[in-house]
Design a protein. Sequence first.
Length: 132
Amino acid sequence: MTPSLARRLAAMVYEAFLIFAVAFLAAWIFFFASGARDATSGVLRRELQLFIVAVLAAYFLWCWLRGGQTLAMRAWGIRLAEVTPRKALVRFFLAAALLPLSILWALLDREGQFLHDRLAGTRLIDARPTTS
């Protein structure tokens, strides 16, 4: 069963705080590794941006491939299913590029899935423990 859109959006807000911290730490590491040079323009800025994207991709792929959940997904009882390394990478880049459209898509999708999940061949499922 697909988690509600409200739950998935709440998980996204939580995830935004986490990835801000991860990106901040990555930028801090880059800053010191580059000799504390100004990275606000030129080639160094592009390298910083690519480094942050690589670190965020590593964070998401590591979480998704080791149980299908980031910390935010775990907190909200959501799991990524049908994931492979290739699908996880595709999902990461599609979600980054299509997120606003993907949220609108979920309102119209017959199963409520996001567009980036449809295109990547993955799906989000309810991972809350069932009580019997």
